[in-house]
Design a protein around this ligand. Sequence first.
Ligand SMILES: NC(=O)c1ccc[n+]([C@@H]2O[C@H](COP(=O)([O-])OP(=O)(O)OC[C@H]3O[C@@H](n4cnc5c(N)ncnc54)[C@H](OP(=O)(O)O)[C@@H]3O)[C@@H](O)[C@H]2O)c1
Length: 292
Amino acid sequence: MRIVLFGKNGQLGWEFQRILPILGEVIALGRDELDVSDLRNVQKTLEELKPSLIINTSAYTEVDQAEIELELTMKINALSPGVMAEAARKHGAVFIHYSTDYVFDGTSDVPYTESNVPNPLNTYGKSKLMGEENIKQAGEAYLILRTSWVYSLRGNSFVNKVLGWARKNESLKIVSDQISSPTWARMLAGMTSLMLAQNNANLLEIIRERRGVYHVAGSGFTSRYEWAKQILANDPDRSEQVVRNLEPALSEDFPTPATRPPFSALDCTHFEETFGLQLPAWSSALKLAMVG
Ligand SMILES: NC(=O)c1ccc[n+]([C@@H]2O[C@H](COP(=O)([O-])OP(=O)(O)OC[C@H]3O[C@@H](n4cnc5c(N)ncnc54)[C@H](OP(=O)(O)O)[C@@H]3O)[C@@H](O)[C@H]2O)c1
């Protein structure tokens, strides 16, 4: 099977690059090889490469900056996924795309299911929701996998930020009024790949039948404050920490251009039941991610 992966240098894309060779020949594209905001080039590239599986992990993920770079955000998050879905349909390929918990407004107090009505609060969430709609209109054998609070131990993730802050500050304040499901990028790439491998023999047919939106995230939920506590507790180099006080704070103490939903945990039962897989608890995945 020939696989085209978009967004190879991102948190999730990097993990897919490691694992996808078990499924077939991988053509991994980063921004340098293909700018996904160049819609014509996306279409042309897919036409030339003729993959049987397209995985899109590219996205405009700077949630605050998206409020300013509206047009580019829309191209990358809303229009480009539609073009990919259409190309996949034309060439008989499966299309796997990722969306976000930020499509919800966060007024629920129980984890969101796929049947809850989205109501995004910021440009990023709106653009990702439009991307979902465009895929549904243009696509055929597609999965839209909504995930939340993605982290890796590479780059500028929340986990690495907390570890960095804890080495520079004696006191840290982290918001306790934002709650969701932390998701390890490696776990997400692994679970997606497992689902694809299990259905490999008849992938196009199965994904066509089961097409739609699924929630896939670390199991359970927590606040950013509690998450930070766990990050510090699992730090393999704890002796390097200088932090003495970790205090809960309110989002209003840290105003940002984009409003975040207060509660955006995802109920992943539909994915688990449909594909016969069990997603690990967010706290177990974090422990594994942080093993020095
Ligand atoms: N991060 C989260 O907390 C979170 C939460 C919910 C859902 N998601 C979704 O999960 C998916 C994966 O997220 P992630 O955390 O892996 O994101 P990420 O680390 O920010 O990676 C996104 C990748 O997209 C690439 N990209 C951006 N604009 C591009 C362009 N014009 N052309 C080509 N590539 C471009 C970036 O390239 P550069 O490396 O060159 O910048 C980056 O490698 C995305 O769909 C995201 O919306 C993420």
